[in-house]
Design a protein around this ligand. Structure first.
Ligand code: GAP
Length: 447
């Protein structure tokens, strides 16, 4: 089994991540976070929010609706250009994203360029392809009382899309924010939330999903200062990834995206790549979106997106620097970094070396023996004491103590506290460290 297979198996076994709609055989490109997964995911998201919003004076949060007026996607260019190159095998009818099955081509590949790669169908092995067709990845739905027998015109009038990026919920609220709190430039608006993409080939566990969560900031700047602000945002991303989430610096690689590979709105993009167990993949992007979005909104809505500088009275449409990160990709970066194996006294073990601020539980409390009421009672006392102080404390009295340690190691609990007969005599407990497995004795009052 590869390391990724090991992680997928641990995620399911220990309640981090389950396949979406598992009970019905799954639903490609969707994943459900179980009790431990949702806790870890939320901690990652909360660290991001604290670092970029709460601890700063220049970035504010918003939470916009997922369903947006379809004009949003006309103005943003998504209706016209948010498409991947789809190719169909004429032999077995399987469909693929062309740039993911052939080497040396990108998303704007033409039929001729693709055919010249002489790629064989990954399913039937034949080389008999149809033309490259552009496949728009937005999920389409209808809003309001649209019936199956309504005519095409009624249905079309009520079309809406599930948002493919959270960013547009920010851009469309830029004017509301300016009109209400009028922040000084540069300032940012941050949002966390779901985004939906009808990926042709969802793959690599949670790396390419049809439903994912994004954390995005649109940082509005004076156009003359975009370069220095780009650098500020760039170093902040490293600080967050390396200092707060403790991702190893040597696993993060910056990729300057060439013009032909950049999104339609970007004049400069750096992709932050990460060494995942199955190879290097994009973790996040940092883009200079210019005034592309605000200018398009001004045109489409007829409303001014101008900003008046309070000091100089200069009037302009701000430009935008956008750091954008997918929560699932960050989750897998954290998990694959933490996933560790070693051997203690000849016994192999797997443990998650999660940073303390991210571990789903801070402590696990256990009575040495489950069938000794006096130990259980004392352990409950310690458990309740710790829960009052640190809310994320778990209780475990299943199996023997060795099995409990293995389980807590696998879910990344940094400290296991055991109440034994000595505790009843002198109010001391043992604390076992997840990484070293060393145990020390401490008095309960020191916890
Ligand atoms: N607003 C800009 C934007 O959406 P993007 O490069 O398309 O840019 C930003 O996406 C980030 O969102 C990616 O770097 C990745 O972390 C995450 N992401 C995008 N598509 C994803 C997918 N299908 N599954 C999981 N994460 C995805």
């Amino acid at each position: 089994m590869s390391k990724l297979d090991d992680i997928v198996s641990l995620c399911k076994r220990r309640g981090f991540i389950f396949p979406g709609s598992d009970v019905y055989g799954g639903f490609a490109g969707t994943w459900d976070f179980g009790p431990l997964g949702v806790t870890l995911k939320k901690k990652i998201m909360d660290e991001w929010w604290k670092f970029f919003v709460e601890d700063r004076e220049d970035i504010y949060g918003i939470d916009a609706a997922i369903l947006m007026n379809p004009k949003t996607w006309e103005a943003s260019g998504h209706t016209a250009t948010f498409a991947d190159p789809l190719v169909e095998c004429k032999e077995c009818k399987s469909r693929f994203r062309a740039d993911k099955i052939a080497d040396g081509i990108n998303e704007s590949v033409t039929t001729e360029e693709f055919l010249a790669t002489h790629t064989k169908c990954p399913v039937c092995g034949k080389e008999n392809w149809g033309p490259i067709r552009k496949f728009n990845m937005m999920f389409l739905t209808h809003v309001g009382a649209v019936l199956p027998d309504d005519d095409k015109e009624v249905a079309e009038k009520n079309i809406a899309y599930l948002r493919p990026e959270t960013a547009q919920g920010i851009f469309t609220n830029y004017k509301n924010v300016i009109d209400t709190i009028y922040p000084d430039l540069p300032f940012g608006l941050a949002q966390q939330g779901k985004a939906f993409r009808n990926e042709i080939s969802p793959r690599d566990f949670i790396l390419r999903d049809r439903e994912c969560s994004q954390m995005e900031i649109e940082y509005f700047v004076n156009p003359n200062t975009w370069e220095e602000n780009f650098e500020t945002m760039r170093s902040l991303q490293h600080e967050f990834l390396e200092n707060i989430l403790e991702l190893p610096k040597n696993k993060i690689h910056e990729l300057e995206v060439p013009a032909e590979d950049r999104a339609h709105y970007s004049k400069r993009t750096i992709d932050f790549m990460f060494d995942y167990p199955n190879g290097e993949e994009e973790l996040m992007g940092l883009a200079y979106r210019t005034d592309f979005d605000l200018s398009n909104i001004a045109r489409e809505s007829g409303k001014s997106m101008d900003y008046r500088d309070k000091k100089t009275n200069e009037v302009f449409i701000p430009h935008v620097i956008e750091p954008s990160i997918g929560v699932e990709r960050l989750f897998l970066a954290v998990l694959s970094t933490a996933y560790s194996k070693d051997e203690i006294n000849g016994e192999k073990r797997v443990f998650l070396k999660l940073p303390e601020n991210l571990a789903p539980y801070k402590f696990c409390v256990s009575p040495l023996l489950k069938n000794k009421p006096e130990l259980v009672e004392k352990a409950k006392e310690v458990y309740n004491l710790l829960r009052k102080k640190y809310s994320n404390v778990t209780w475990d009295d299943s199996g023997n103590i060795g099995k409990r340690y293995r389980k807590q190691d696998e879910i990344g609990t940094p400290k296991c506290i055991v109440i034994d007969f000595e505790t009843l005599e002198n109010d001391t407990i043992t604390i076992r460290d997840r990484n070293t497995t060393e145990q020390i004795r401490k008095s309960i009052s020191e916890l």
